[in-house]
Design a protein around this ligand. Structure first.
Ligand SMILES: *Cc1c(COP(=O)(O)O)cnc(C)c1O
Length: 374
């Protein structure tokens, strides 16, 4: 089965991991700090690594002080972790509908959901295209809230010339194998606010405080460390950070290849009936994470089944998050975000990854053409 996404691993990646395995550190060592510094260059803000994109969201919401009684506004057009990280901390998740073309959270819809209890507004850069951060910033500041960007799709993208990572107060990344770069499992949180990033760093290290200036009982002895707030062990090992730094050096190459494959799809699929292609926006320079087409005339399920039967691993990103039974059981009902639901009903992600060959891409195009009849 041709997958919809997969990693690209070359000799430079293998060499970096082998070198780390032969070193003195398997977990927290010099490669963690190096990867965090390398990430900062791309993200435009200091970064803390964590074990995956889900724990990055959990740590970011915890750093934002999310707790029971708070409301967190987010998009339904995302992976469930964008919402569950806040729900686990006791917040009420409020879904705001998306823009019809990008499927990114609609700032006008966000504005309509804001209350005095809104603690965080969480956008997702769907398919790698950054959300409208200038408008979201305005709404967030007026609400006295914190702006979070789930950038699991969009590391390496820019918005109005500014890198993803420098746009929101807190930005989360995932390094799962299907994402723009991988550490196997892995993630990070970037923040333009040192106070928030410090809280992320403490949370991912079980809440342990070692800095003498922060200790409540500094005279206890050289071994002493304290927990002031509960945290978890979300540390990303040195071995995986070695892979991360090697992958980051290839991000520009990945971006170019994904852009070329996107342009080829745009061209090769332009005249296929019953199909709508993803939008381009002039104010963003995205790393194309997904190639999300819209299958019209109620044929999405048929096209999905027939492409899978032909060995083409298409995917649907995503069912509206509040359709998950855990939200149904909390009383969330279908129909809440009609634009997102219409998008979901038509969406199909075609294979897109750096090592996808032109001939495999041609096979996808021909199979789709065969089904939609042109
Ligand atoms: C992949 C993904 C996550 C979760 O990342 P993991 O590393 O798989 O835990 C969160 N949000 C979005 C939008 C994602 O695509």
């Amino acid at each position: 089965m041709l997958p919809y996404g997969r990693q690209s691993i070359d000799d430079s990646d293998v060499d970096a991991v082998v070198a780390a395995l032969g070193s003195d550190w398997l977990t927290t060592g010099p490669r963690v700090a190096r990867f965090e510094a390398d990430l900062e260059e791309v993200a435009g803000a200091p970064c803390v690594t964590v074990t995956n994109g889900t724990t990055a969201l959990h740590a970011a919401y915890a750093a934002a002080g999310v707790t029971s009684g708070d409301e967190v506004v987010t998009t339904p057009m995302t992976f469930v972790a964008t919402a569950s990280g806040a729900a686990l901390l006791g917040a009420t998740v409020v879904f705001a509908d998306v823009e019809e073309d990008t499927a990114n959270i609609d700032p006008a819809a966000v504005e309509a959901t804001v209350t005095s209890r809104t603690r965080v507004i969480a956008a997702v850069d769907y398919a790698g295209v950054p959300a409208d951060y200038d408008r979201l910033r305005k709404v967030t500041d007026e609400a006295g809230a914190i702006l979070l960007g789930d950038a699991a799709h969009s590391i390496g993208s820019t918005y109005r010339g500014r890198p993803v990572g420098s746009l929101a107060d807190l930005t989360t990344f995932s390094f799962f194998p299907t994402k723009n770069l991988t550490t196997g499992e892995g993630g990070a949180v970037a923040s333009i606010r040192p106070d928030l990033l410090q809280r992320v760093r403490t949370f991912r290290t079980v809440g342990l405080v070692r800095d003498p200036d922060r200790l409540r009982h500094p005279d206890e002895g050289g071994w002493h460390q304290e927990v002031h707030e509960f945290g978890l062990n979300y540390r990303l090992p040195d071995v995986l950070c070695a892979l991360g730094s090697a992958q980051l050096r290839r991000l520009a190459e990945f971006k170019t290849r994904r852009a070329r494959l996107t342009a080829r799809y745009d061209e090769l699929l332009a005249d296929v009936p019953g199909l709508r292609l993803p939008v381009r926006r002039s104010d963003v320079d995205p790393v194309r994470h997904l190639y999300p087409v819209r299958i019209l005339d109620g044929r999405r399920r048929e096209v999905y089944d027939r492409l899978r039967a032909a060995g083409i691993g298409v995917q649907v990103n995503y069912i509206p998050v509040y359709w998950h039974p855990v939200f149904e059981d909390l009383g969330y009902r279908r129909g809440m975000c009609p634009v997102a639901e219409r998008f979901y009903a038509e969406e199909l992600s075609l294979p897109l990854f750096a090592d996808l060959s032109d001939s495999d891409q041609d096979r996808v195009v021909e199979a789709l053409r065969g089904i939609l009849g042109s």
